[in-house]
Structure formats: C-alpha cells, structure tokens
Write a protein that binds this ligand. Structure first.
Ligand code: HEC
Ligand code: HEC
Length: 474
C-alpha cells in the first residue's frame, strides 16, 4: 500500500513537471493575444443569437393593421360604445382610420369584423403632444379588474345579437381570455405594467403543444403582479436578449408574437401569425429615439461626457460615432435594485418550464427563456423620453436616479405627458406622505422598491447636472 502511494505521488510529480513544460512551450509558440477589456464586477456578457430578417414596411403594416389577434369586440358594438376617433395618427386606411390607435379592426375567422387591442396599448405613448410609436406606455391604468368589463361586454353582445350569433362566436376567444386573466393583472398603482404575468396566465390556459385552450388553469400562479415599466422598442437593436432579466433568448420575433396567445385558436393559426413577425421585428429594428426637444448646453454636455466615460460607460456602453454596447447582465447584488422582477420567473418555474417545452421552443425559429438573476444594463439612447426610471418605473426623474438619497418614497404625477421637468429630466411630481391610492407611486410595496443603482450618489450637484445634460443628448 505504502509503495503504491509512493509510486502514485512519483507519477503525479512527473506529470506535473510535464504539464508545466508543455504550458511553457505552448506559451512561447502562441501569438500575442490582445488583452480582453476587463468586465465590470458583478456582470456577465449576454451572448447574441441569430435573428430572422424581414421587410420593415410590411412589418409596420402588420403591426398596425394585421390580424395577430383574431377575436374581439364586434366593430359596431365598439364604435357604438367608444365612438369614432378620426385622428388617425398611424395613417391607417379603411375602418382602422376611424378607431383609436390602440385597437385594430380585423376579420375573425368566421368573417365578422371585430376590434382587438394591438401592441401599441403598451408600446406607444403621447409625449409633448405627439404619439411616439415604440415608447413604452407609462400612463396605462391596470389597477382595475378587466374581467368585469369582459363580463359586461358579453352581456351586451348577447343582448344585441344572441348567444348563438356569429358575433358571439367571433368575440368568444377574446372575452374568455380577458375573464380568465383579468384577476391576475391588477397593479397597485397606475403607470406600471403586468405583461409578464399576462404571458404566464395565458400559458396556464394553453396546451403546451398545440396551444388549444383549457378553461381550467393548469398552473398555480400567485395573484400578485410584479410590475414593470415598458421598455422602449428602439433599444432592441442593441440588445442580445429581450426583457429586463435578459430571459428572452434566441428568436425575438417568436417572443413578440406571443400576444397571439390571448385569442389564438390553435398552433396552425400561431404559425401563420409567426410568419409575419420577422417583418415586425425588422420594423422595430428601424426605430430611432426621439431627440431632446429643448436646447442643450454644449459645454455641460462635454463635461458630462467625461463623467459618463469614467463612471457609466463600462456597463451602459458608448454613444456617438463609435458607439459600442457591451450587453451585460448585472447581478442583483451589484445593481441592488428591487429584486422581485428578476426573481419572478424563478417564482413561476412552471411557466419557464412550460415555455421551454412548448410550441414556442420548437424549430424553425425556436425561442427560449433563460432567466438571469439580475438586470440587463440597458442602452441609454433617448433616455430623457423614457421616464420614469428603473425596471419598475419607481424613480420619476434622472436627477433622482443619480442621487438615491433624493428619491421620493411616495410620489404623484399628473399623467399629463407634457408635464415634464427639463432640469431633473423626467416627470414633474409632488412628494406625498403616504401611499394607499392608485395615483400615488408607493415604493414601499413589494416589487415597487426604488433602492439600488447608487452609481451616481458620489457626484456633487454640479457634476450631476452636467451628467444629466449629457444623458439628454443621447
Ligand atoms: C399589456 C402590455 C403589452 C402588450 C400588449 C405588448 N407588450 Fe411588449 N412588453 C411589455 C412589457 C411590460 C415588456 C417588458 C417585460 C420585461 O422586460 O420584463 C415588453 C417587452 C417587449 C419587448 C422587449 C423589449 C426589450 O428591450 O427587452 C418587445 C420587442 C415587445 N415587448 C414587443 C411587443 C409586440 C410586438 C407586441 C404586440 C404583438 C407587444 N410587445 C405587446 C408590454 C406589452
Ligand atoms: C455595474 C453596472 C452599472 C453602472 C456602473 C451604471 N449602471 Fe446604470 N444601470 C445598470 C443596470 C443593471 C440598470 C437597470 C436596473 C434596473 O432597471 O433595475 C441601470 C439603469 C440605469 C438607468 C435607467 C434606465 C431606464 O430605462 O430606466 C439609467 C438612466 C442609468 N442606469 C444611468 C447610469 C449612469 C448615468 C451611470 C453612471 C453614473 C450608471 N448608470 C452606472 C447598470 C449600471
């Protein structure tokens, strides 16, 4: 036994020496490799995935007039209830020119003309009097249970047309989905969005392979909503993953067409819709951020540029002629912002598991959810326009974002999208003494916290003002 041990350790010594020699020789033969720039602490690079290409014009047309949601409110009921809206901001034709931009009129499979919500409910917003397509809607009010409206709608359709009518049939997929999801989508305050939860609740009612509908939920999902602030679409062209926690990997268009889950009949329909979303992606990739509308102090911008380079660029990238974006996932420990959204997908492992086994995960054009325990450091193009800040919209202005001690615990804004503070860069707001009202943002609620991202705290007021001026120029 002793001698065997001895022999072994002798062998180990010999192989160690051999390995070291080998390494040394290799090093001599290897060409000099340029040093990789060091990653900031607590960050992981997100790898890119190949994407489908498409036709941006066809994508825009499909986005604003396409039939990705094929069930809805009969056109006549819609117009009788909400009246006509002839602003036609989207330049649409036919009956779509006469309804609000958040809705699209389409033919249901049985030929009845219906009105369905479109992506712009959440992905467009007025700003200084102009509708900006691609700007996340931070004014929507999700604080009430929509299932009650769906029940009301059913009553109206039954009264008008009867419950065996083609109109009833054309509205059925829509009303059943709104009734099933409504109780799970209630946010505590106005302005934040429950869309992540919407996807999970819809999946809970869908067959994993052919997407057909189950009346009973197949997952046990919590009723609480983890809120998010809708990200701007013009940032997607720089990102290697979709969503705040960078969970959206592989085919982006496949993720986007998931809105179709609201009313889809089966996977044959899903496949047809999916075949248009490469074009929708192509359109989204053409979007540019709106330019800051006020005058900028160029000397301040230049001063701010230097501060940004030293303190922010390693995570958020560079801008201008030689723009570069590092695509980093920043750990919760490092960024310190409210952890709930990043953890939400872990809280619903059933949903992640469903998705990664489902029709959505199948080739061609498979998508995959890979939740990261952190947040992506987003590109900051057009950041002035996207207040409030952080993934949950808990911070009203850039000045507050860059000084965590000044952030209001309870705050209220007018939701008038011209009510903008040019100095602090964000919404005008009043500081309140308590929450409890849906019009007051309450950062003490779980998921609504405004802590973390203290990277601007050390700056003095003069330098912070210069940095804000620079950020406005992006
Ligand atoms: C009910 C509101 C809602 C609707 C409707 C909606 N979205 Fe979203 N969308 C969101 C929210 C909220 C997020 C951010 C979720 C997250 O990151 O956790 C998001 C994220 C995205 C992203 C990823 C952006 C990024 O940078 O990570 C894209 C792209 C997108 N949506 C496209 C679409 C398209 C296309 C449609 C219509 C087919 C659509 N969305 C419909 C709310 C919505
Ligand atoms: C260690 C990486 C890191 C550094 C350094 C960093 N940030 Fe961030 N930043 C992030 C992450 C991650 C987020 C997203 C956090 C969240 O939403 O919870 C973020 C969010 C932001 C946002 C809000 C984006 C939005 O759309 O809501 C702004 C603005 C911002 N950072 C500016 C800065 C500035 C200016 C600096 C330098 C003073 C800086 N950051 C330094 C990682 C970083």
């Amino acid at each position: 036994m002793k001698s065997l041990n001895h022999k072994l350790s002798g062998l180990t010594t010999i192989s160690l020496i051999a390995a070291v020699l080998l390494l040394l020789t290799c090093r001599n033969e290897m060409p000099a490799v340029p040093e990789e720039p060091e990653l900031p602490i607590g960050t992981t690079p997100i790898p890119a995935s190949p994407q489908r290409t498409g036709d941006p014009q066809a994508g825009y047309d499909y986005l604003v007039a396409g039939n990705y949601i094929r069930s809805g409110i009969p056109y006549s009921v819609f117009v009788n209830t909400f009246g006509k809206d002839t602003k036609n901001e989207l330049g649409r034709s036919g009956d779509n020119a006469e309804i609000n931009y958040e809705f699209t009129a389409v033919d249901a499979p049985n030929g009845v003309r219906v009105v369905a919500p479109n992506c712009l409910q959440c992905h467009a917003q007025y700003l200084n009097g102009q509708l900006v397509v691609g700007l996340g809607n931070s004014t929507y009010d999700f604080t009430t249970d929509q299932s009650q409206n769906a029940a009301l709608l059913e009553t109206v359709i039954k009264a008008f047309y009867g419950s065996t009518s083609p109109q009833w049939e054309a509205a059925k997929n829509f009303t059943r989905a709104v009734k099933a999801t409504g109780p799970y989508l209630i946010t505590k305050v106005r302005g934040v969005n429950p869309a992540d939860k919407l996807a999970a609740v819809l999946a809970a009612h869908r067959d994993v392979s052919d997407l057909s509908w189950y009346d009973e939920s197949q997952m046990s999902l919590p009723a609480e909503v983890v809120p998010s602030d809708v990200p701007a679409w013009w940032l997607l062209k720089k990102k290697n993953a979709m969503f705040y926690n960078a969970a959206g990997r592989k085919d982006f268009a496949r993720f986007m067409m998931a809105s179709n889950l609201l009313t889809v009949s089966d996977s044959t329909e899903a496949r047809d819709v999916d075949n248009h979303f490469n074009d929708v992606l192509a359109y989204i990739l053409t979007l540019q951020p709106p330019a800051y509308p006020g005058a900028l102090d160029q000397a301040q911008v230049e001063k701010g540029r230097v501060i940004f380079k030293e303190n922010c660029e390693s995570c958020h990238g560079t801008y201008g002629a030689e723009a570069a974006y590092p695509n980093l996932l920043v750990s919760l420990d490092r960024v310190g912002t409210d952890p709930q959204l990043a953890q939400a997908n872990f809280a619903y492992p059933e949903f992640v598991d469903w998705y990664n086994r489902s029709w959505f995960s199948k080739n061609p054009n498979a998508a995959r959810l890979e939740p990261g325990e952190g947040y992506i450091a987003p590109p900051l193009d057009g950041i002035w326009a996207t207040a409030p800040y952080l993934h949950n919209g808990s911070v009203p202005t850039l000045e507050d974002l860059l000084n965590s001690t000044a952030r209001p615990k309870y705050w209220k804004r007018s939701f008038d999208t011209s009510d903008y503070d040019q100095t602090k860069a964000g919404w005008n707001y009043s500081v309140e003494t308590s929450g409890g009202s849906t019009s007051v943002y309450d950062t003490t609620l779980p998921g609504y916290g405004n802590q973390g991202h203290t990277f601007g705290d050390f700056l003095n007021d003069t330098d912070r003002a210069a940095l804000i001026e620079y950020l406005k120029s992006l």
